[in-house]
Design a protein around this ligand. Structure first.
Ligand SMILES: O=C(O)CCC(=O)C(=O)O
Length: 367
């Protein structure tokens, strides 16, 4: 795995000139187009469910839901006064992140005095973990969403979830840590972001070795993260092999050596408009090398489909511990997050990590 290292290490500078992306021009199907879409104003209808689910899909179908949100509000204006990511803590100190990245953003609540949290007994915590294990037995552990797209329900073990959050917290407040990505015109994405391994700049759609706005080197991708990615791909392939007959074709998730991981933190109001991940190299995309996505904390309503139209998109809940893989025929699928469901993070997880309300997402790719 490229860019490997333990949690907390900073990557050593290497020659990696930013490459102009060699795919569709900006604005056609990228984050920026989504931005333009947002600026035009709300459409009349909210995200709905049109599902072309395959016979292999074993999970509970997601019911169509009338959303209050008329559009995927991916960006917010600069004048936002409410600091994103702050719990209603009396000790909040105002803006906790900026385009300049000057103020680090902590995904966990650090100040014990500020956190209004009662320590629950070990007995209670264990009961909760047991209950969750029972619940997950009722879920199909792997779900085939469409060719090239597999969802591994609650794949991340409890300890892994805790370690990933703690690791991202540590890296996120250091050099190259979380910031609020923004565009030249001042609009901001509705989330916090940090890159590991390499930098990806949403403004220019370029990959590079250092962050353009502050010159910081992205921290390495911790080796333990890479190991989980490999385990998830292996589990998907075993599942696909077992179900090859039902799928009427043998499908395989191509091997991935992730050298970039984009870490997003969504507060309860966080969103991400429908977009394609297409800024990686042409060979990476042409080979269908997968994007592997970890979800932690609050549940996300995840949309995916063949175009930018939210009304035609399918919808699936991504819960804490879920791993989603999309490669092969689904590598360039449109996807986004229409909403974060508040208070859905497992209690044991927030107790053990002090994770702020919201959702942590890691997407691994190969440049
Ligand atoms: O948060 C997610 O599940 C999706 C993230 C994503 O689409 C991205 O980082 O490109």
């Amino acid at each position: 795995m490229g860019g490997g290292g333990g949690c907390g290490e900073t990557r050593t500078p290497a020659a990696f000139p930013p490459r102009k992306k060699d795919r569709l021009p900006r604005g056609s199907v990228s984050h920026e187009r989504s931005l333009e879409h947002q600026k035009k104003g709300p459409s009349s209808s909210g995200p709905s469910v049109t599902s072309n689910k395959s016979p292999l899909q074993m999970g509970t179908p997601v019911q169509p839901q009338k959303s209050q949100d008329s559009h995927l509000n991916m960006v917010t204006s600069v004048q936002r006064s409410e600091p994103q990511g702050s719990r209603s803590s009396p000790c909040s100190s105002g803006v906790v992140g900026s385009v300049s990245g000057a103020t680090p953003f902590d995904i966990c609540i650090r100040d014990a005095k500020c956190s209004i949290k009662l320590n629950r007994s070990l007995l209670e915590l264990n009961r909760e973990k047991r209950r969750e294990r029972e619940l997950s037995k009722e879920l199909a552990p792997l779900q085939y969403l469409r060719p090239g797209m597999v969802l591994l329900k609650r794949f991340l073990k409890h300890d892994d979830q805790v370690n990933i959050i703690k690791c991202c917290q540590r890296l996120g407040v250091g050099p190259g840590g979380f910031y609020t990505p923004g565009y030249k015109d001042g609009a901001k994405l509705n989330l916090r972001m940090m890159c590991l391994g390499k930098d990806w700049d949403p403004n220019s759609s370029l990959y590079g070795d250092t962050r353009q706005f502050d010159g910081a080197h992205p921290p390495n991708i911790p080796e333990e993260f890479g190991k989980i990615v490999q385990d998830a791909i292996k589990a998907s392939n075993e599942f696909l092999k077992q179900n090859a007959r039902a799928a009427k074709a043998i499908e395989e998730v191509p091997p991935l050596s992730p050298d970039i991981c984009i870490v997003n933190f969504y507060t309860s109001s966080g969103r991400l408009g429908l977009h394609q991940d297409k800024d990686e190299t042409k060979p990476s995309i042409d080979k269908g090398l997968p994007v592997v996505s970890f979800s932690l904390g609050d549940t996300a309503e995840f949309l995916y489909g063949d175009g930018r139209d939210v009304d035609k998109a399918s919808k699936v809940d991504l819960e804490s511990g879920d791993v989603l893989i999309f490669g092969g025929k689904s590598r360039k699928i449109f996807h986004g997050v229409s909403r974060i469901k508040p208070n859905t993070s497992p209690k044991w997880l927030t107790d053990e990590t002090n994770l702020q309300p919201g959702r942590l997402n890691l997407t691994f790719r190969q440049y």
